[in-house]
Design a protein around this ligand. Structure first.
Ligand code: ZN
Length: 407
């Protein structure tokens, strides 16, 4: 296989998590008696441009089905993050009723609703019908397509280039990152701004976030590599911010290469930090596998010890990273009888691979577990606060990544 950005031969495995079904293929009860499709879950690193990337397998259509169950608006902290972003960008760029905002992967309208409320014209691009329906119900126009160079060109031809193109947690999920970036270039006004948010590879390495790996998550990005991809497409990264979302994300700001805006010192500073932390050195990537194995071993040890001691452990959060962790560790309902999730679309379904049933959060009150293992560790504090009543019967919370912790 060749690198999806620079085309160099990929010779180094960064992480091998065995075989797993697509993380977002939640199962109905009737699916449980049928065979499930498993794909190798392997991540490679390019030693030329340092793009960390999953091995190619199935088509993206298979991973993004129309009943794709992830609705961004389910998380209250994510909604607040989106609202803050909209206010900050409106101020920084001076957006008003004559501006035009495009969001790629607009999901259920969790972000663009803020621009609609402010009277700023906007357009969502979202291939998933279930979430696009929800956005349209909020009054947000949605184009139901995958974004890339071709769609970007069509928007430009129709005179619909944007002052702001936002992409939150989409850049790492596109199979053809070069084509997607050329699409951003095409759909951007000469004076326009692009912002992209994605989990930062530097934090993934630092905090052993191996469970953020799943098939639909094609790229694991550093500022160094994103800057190279932007440059090749005729764009320039002119600013960057570090965010706490998803365990440590970046928000990069892009413009056309010839845009007169100065490049902020934050770009050079962060590039220097990435280099100092070894992001362009193969040795940094070589030791990650054994750290992932240690997390897996500690989790299995913990779950079996609790079981032997007669303690009950249940899970919270049927997120993609939970599926990666549970499938890699081989955890099944004998160790975790159910997982609670606030998303109505997931309740009544089963986790892919592990076949652990997904139930309403209320189930915690009835079953009074000793330990609630929060699978999406990035929202563990929010979950523990919302379900503080678990402590009334002496229950506690736990996370497995970066190291097993009970709190
Ligand atoms: Zn490469």
């Amino acid at each position: 296989m060749n690198c999806r950005h620079c085309g160099s031969a990929l010779e180094h495995t960064f992480l091998d998590l065995g075989f797993a079904p697509p993380s977002n293929s939640y199962l109905d009860e009737s699916d449980l008696s049928r065979p499930e499709q498993y794909y190798p879950l392997k991540v490679l690193v390019c030693t030329h441009c340092w793009l960390v990337q999953t091995e190619d397998h199935a088509s993206r259509e298979e991973f993004f089905s129309s009943d794709y169950a992830y609705f961004s608006s389910t998380s209250s902290s994510w909604l607040a993050h989106a609202k803050d972003y909209a206010a900050a960008m409106t101020k920084r760029l001076g957006l008003d009723q004559d501006s035009f905002v495009i969001e790629v992967a607009s999901n259920d309208g969790y972000l663009l609703r803020n621009f609609v409320a402010a009277g700023i014209p906007c357009l969502g691009i979202e291939p998933t019908d279930s979430t696009a329906d929800a956005a349209e119900n909020l009054g947000i126009p949605v184009l139901r397509e995958f974004f890339g160079e071709s769609l970007g060109g069509e928007l430009a031809d129709e005179g619909r280039q944007a002052d702001l193109i936002a992409g939150n947690n989409v850049y790492a999920h596109v199979p053809d990152i070069n084509d997607f970036t050329r699409g951003l270039k095409a759909a951007l006004k000469p004076t326009g701004t692009i912002t992209l948010e994605f989990p930062h590879l530097m934090r993934m390495l630092e905090f052993t976030q191996f469970d953020t790996v799943y098939h639909e998550h094609y790229s694991y990005l550093s500022l160094y590599t994103v800057q190279r991809i932007f440059e090749q497409a005729g764009l320039r990264v002119f600013d960057v911010e570090e965010l706490s979302t998803h365990g440590g994300s970046l928000r990069v700001f892009g413009c056309h290469r010839e845009d007169p805006r100065a490049t902020s010192d934050a770009v050079a500073d962060l590039l220097a930090e990435e280099t100092a932390r070894g992001l362009q050195a193969l040795a940094t990537y070589a030791e990650f596998q054994s750290r992932a194995e240690q997390v897996k071993d500690a989790l299995l040890d913990f779950l079996s010890t609790q079981k032997q001691e007669g303690k009950s452990v249940v899970a919270y959060g049927a997120a993609a990273k939970g599926n990666t962790l549970l499938n890699y560790a081989g955890v099944r309902p004998d160790l975790l009888p159910f997982v609670c999730d606030a998303a109505a679309a997931k309740q009544g379904k089963f986790m892919p691979g592990s076949h652990i049933p997904i139930v309403k959060p209320d189930t915690l009150r009835d079953s009074r577990p000793d330990i609630v293992l929060v699978l999406p560790w990035n929202i563990a504090a929010e979950v523990a606060e919302q379900h503080a009543y678990v402590r009334e019967w002496g229950g506690r919370f736990a996370i497995a990544v970066p190291t097993l912790k009970v709190f």
